[in-house]
Design a protein around this ligand. Structure first.
Ligand SMILES: [Zn+2]
Length: 487
């Protein structure tokens, strides 16, 4: 992978893309000046972007039009700028829980609204007309869910056009006769670049427009832009770019928009280590999309070899949040060697503004072909059942005052309460809360169970896994966002 990345980077100046490359570095270094500070987490709503859109409405540099409404009646806005003949159309968040590029769009708009980068902006805005349709599925965003209020996947409605959001997307695409389209999504954080432990932080696809996967000029241009964007990302996240399977999906928007004559670039924001709210990935969106826009304006993408597209590693889905390898596990008198793969699963609070974790074992056994954001080689460690703290406590305040570090060292991952407050959905502590009569089940490792156990070596507990989060018991920090409640 590294060889490919280097080859591409070295090839850039030869392709006349040296100028774009210099701009990229400046965009990366000055990003904080343009980052839209009011939308800093994933669970953003239409109400969060409404005031931003309103300011552009009264800004003469931009043209804002209401191009439709969602099923729930929320406005769909198109923000346009530039006077060029080449139309570039970017739409984001047709899946409500995929907000990363929506945030990046507002960063890009801040960039265009600023007084900086005069020369580059002049080149862009005299050659291109750029149109942004952020948050195509605002009802889904409200609920932080993929589908719209009709319960359908908008990305399978490009032909039947039942949803107003789909109709709007098609109508806007057609009215612009867009030359380039950026179809902006998020993908699971569990995707990796094939046969590597690198997360697919960004994945690309130049969708096929027929089952034969032919490459005409329209699709070829999308491939060239993707090769260019990949070369940028390799600089900041080496090896962390994937390429989506290009099987033709006749119902999808990307495939159809390609077919309708718009060079379509699908961008999927995936995972990045320790970036739960995907703000680093948002920055990479900003840098790479703006660089691509500049390259389209300068038309120097044309010299890029399409063959480089196929060299981007394919997407695979082989990541866990936590992977424990080679642990000893005792079952019915025998000891077995086992790997455990864990997903830290998010559960939304009722308002869909924030979340807690209910983790689970996803797989176990020989997981040597899988990878983890965090891994522990547990060779020589034995998996041990967690026990309850011997006293029963009455209030959350009493639980709060416990020494959790000591509790875990003693093998206690459960605290019993006489009454668990009715409204409590999870334990705010790094231990589980259990009801007065709850019986802790015997630990039986199985996919689907909540991962809670200890790892013992030479008679001492050295690690705890609580709700899928690893705790090194010889260190004072315990980074378990929450425990569970078992009544
Ligand atoms: Zn999506």
């Amino acid at each position: 992978m590294k060889q490919i990345a280097l080859a591409l980077l070295c090839a850039l100046p030869m392709l006349g893309l040296g100028q774009s490359s210099a701009l990229t570095t400046q965009l990366y270094d000055t990003y904080e000046n343009y980052k839209e500070g009011s939308i800093g987490k994933r669970r953003i709503k239409r109400a969060d972007i409404q005031p931003l859109i309103a300011t552009y409405r009264s800004n003469p540099k931009f043209k804002v039009s209401t191009v439709g409404r969602s099923i729930g009646g929320k406005e769909l806005s198109l923000i346009s700028l530039g006077t060029g003949d080449v139309n570039v159309f970017l739409w984001s968040q047709m899946h409500g829980d995929e907000p990363t590029a929506t945030q990046a769009i507002f960063d890009i708009l801040n960039f265009f609204d600023s007084k900086d980068f005069k020369e580059e902006k002049e080149a862009i805005l005299s050659n291109l007309s750029i149109h942004f349709l952020p948050m195509l599925n605002p009802d889904g965003a409200e609920l932080f869910q993929r589908r719209n209020l009709l319960g359908i996947d908008i990305n399978r409605d490009a032909l039947r056009l039942q949803s107003p959001e789909s109709k709007t997307l098609k109508r806007v695409r057609d009215s612009l006769a867009a030359d380039f389209g950026f179809n902006l999504h998020d993908q699971s954080t569990y995707y990796n670049a094939e046969r590597t432990d690198k997360p697919a932080t960004i994945s690309y696809l130049a969708p096929a427009y027929n089952y034969e996967k032919d490459i005409n000029e329209v699709r070829g241009n999308a491939m060239k832009i993707i090769v260019f964007m990949n070369s940028i990302l390799q600089k900041y996240t080496p090896g962390q770019v994937g390429r989506y399977n290009d099987d033709f999906e006749p119902r999808a928007f990307g495939d159809n928009i390609q077919k309708w004559g718009t060079s379509t670039i699908l961008i999927e924001s995936g995972g990045y280590p320790n970036d739960t709210e995907k703000q680093e990935i948002r920055k990479l969106n900003y840098v790479s999309i703006l660089s691509a826009i500049y390259t389209i304006a300068k038309q120097n993408y044309k010299e890029i070899a399409i063959g480089e597209y196929e060299k981007i590693p394919e997407n695979d889905r082989k990541l866990f949040d936590l992977k424990i390898t080679n642990a000893s596990y005792n079952l019915m008198g025998n000891s077995y060697k086992i790997d455990v793969g864990i997903h830290q699963v998010e559960v939304d609070y009722a308002d869909h503004n924030s979340f807690w974790y209910s983790s689970r074992i996803l797989d176990q056994g020989d997981l040597s072909t899988y990878y983890g954001y965090e891994t522990l080689d547990a060779t020589g460690y034995t998996i041990k059942q967690a026990t309850a703290y011997p006293k029963t406590l009455n209030t959350l305040n009493e639980v709060q005052s416990l020494d959790f570090g000591q509790l875990l060292k003693d093998g206690h991952a459960y605290v019993r309460m006489s009454t668990i407050p009715a409204k409590q959905l999870n334990s705010p502590f790094p231990v589980h809360l259990i009801g007065a009569n709850y019986k802790i089940p015997e630990l039986k490792l199985q996919p689907g169970i909540n991962p809670t156990f200890f790892l013992e070596k030479d008679g001492r507990l050295e690690y705890a896994v609580i709700n899928g989060f690893l705790v090194n018991l010889s260190q004072s920090n315990i980074e378990v966002p929450n425990g569970m409640i078992y009544k």
